[in-house]
Design a protein around this ligand. Structure first.
Ligand code: PBG
Ligand code: ZN
Length: 336
């Protein structure tokens, strides 16, 4: 027994001792490769028409449907935290087959954008562009029978983008996964003289099980079928890169992948391949998994949030859309 111990004691790892640089917090900070800054984070906001009214979203802890005046107040809190931007989703009072509410200049997104623009907060103003919150059937485009009609949806999406850009959006984010949507938005915007409005393209958007809480928040669950005929099969990486390639060629200013944690390989590959800024959307189901586990005491909430955001940035995203933007920003300020 004695002999065994002395034998193992002489085994050394050689000259390489990576633990040297993990000795104390100062050394660890010195060699840290990835830092997340609040300015990289975008917070989603759900907006409704009206005044001084908010409605808690049961499926998204700490998030509310807000009237434009309250959205303004929330945005100014986010700006104080150093957050980079807000992404607006509108929930209309009524829905129809064509999603008419999407390009209504009196709709909640346009109203909120005008208010935010007037306020002049140091935030990038992003408007999601899709029809699913506005259609009675909940699909992201208009229908031809039970099929989503790609080409007829394009003009609807472009019309919505123009309304949001006119209301003050810096960026419009087409999320419908219609072929040619980036080109349609670019030519629509340019035709309206809105040449400075940039496009944040939801390029690789997977048909994911992780959008459930969002659909509850937005009331956008499809009334029949699913989104697999337009959103991506999460099994396909080459196709995802091709989607990004097409969006870049169509004039996208920023490429996005979604969900984030199931797309880290795509981010890493896209980072090597494209010279455009890359974004990732940590979606509602990703947030819900952390919230639920933290609530049970199974994971540390702060740790899990910061770890996931760091991994997303490490993989290649320079921009992260996250429901944890406010919490993460305040934690990141503390740990500086
Ligand atoms: C709408 C849209 C969705 C999300 C962003 N834009 C929902 C969907 O495609 O069903 C998901 C966001 C989230 O889950 O947080 N096209
Ligand atoms: Zn949609």
């Amino acid at each position: 027994m004695r002999e065994l111990i002395s034998k193992t004691a002489v085994i050394t790892p050689g000259a390489e001792r990576p633990r040297r640089l993990r000795t104390n917090p100062a050394l660890r900070a010195l060699v840290r490769e990835t830092r997340v800054d609040p300015s990289q984070l975008i917070a989603p906001l759900f907006v409704i028409n009206g005044h001084d009214h908010r409605h808690e979203i049961a499926s998204l802890q700490g998030h509310f449907r807000l009237t434009p005046d309250l959205a303004l107040r929330e945005a100014s809190r986010l700006a104080d935290l150093g957050i980079g931007g807000v992404l607006l989703f509108g929930i209309p009072e009524s829905k129809d087959a064509e999603g008419s509410g999407a390009d209504d200049p009196r709709g909640p997104v346009a109203e909120t954008l005008r208010g935010l623009r007037r306020e002049g907060l140091p935030l990038a103003l992003v408007a999601d562009v899709c029809l699913c919150e506005y259609t009675s059937h909940g699909h992201c485009g208009v229908l031809d029978g039970e099929k989503v009609d790609n080409d007829r949806s394009l003009s609807r999406l472009a019309a919505a983008a123009i309304v949001y850009a006119e209301a003050g959006a810096d960026l419009v984010g087409p999320s419908a996964m219609m072929d040619g949507q980036v080109a349609a938005l670019r030519s629509g915007l340019d035709g309206a003289g809105l040449v400075d409005t940039a496009i944040l393209a939801y390029s690789s958007k997977q048909a994911s099980s992780l959008y459930g809480p969002f659909r509850e928040a937005a009331g956008s669950t499809p009334s029949f079928g699913d989104r697999k005929s337009y959103q991506m099969d999460s099994a396909n990486a080459h196709e995802a890169l091709r989607e990004m390639e097409l969006d870049a060629a169509e004039g996208a200013d920023i490429l996005m992948v979604k969900p984030a944690i199931t797309s880290l390989d795509l981010l890493a590959r896209a980072r090597d391949r494209f010279d455009l800024p890359l974004a990732a959307y940590q979606v509602s189901g990703e947030a819900a998994m952390i919230e639920a586990a933290a609530e049970r005491g199974w994971v540390n909430r702060r740790g899990a949030v910061l770890e996931s955001l760091t991994a997303i940035v490490r993989a290649g995203a320079g921009i992260v859309i996250t429901y944890f933007a406010a919490d993460a920003a305040s934690w990141l300020r503390e740990t500086r």
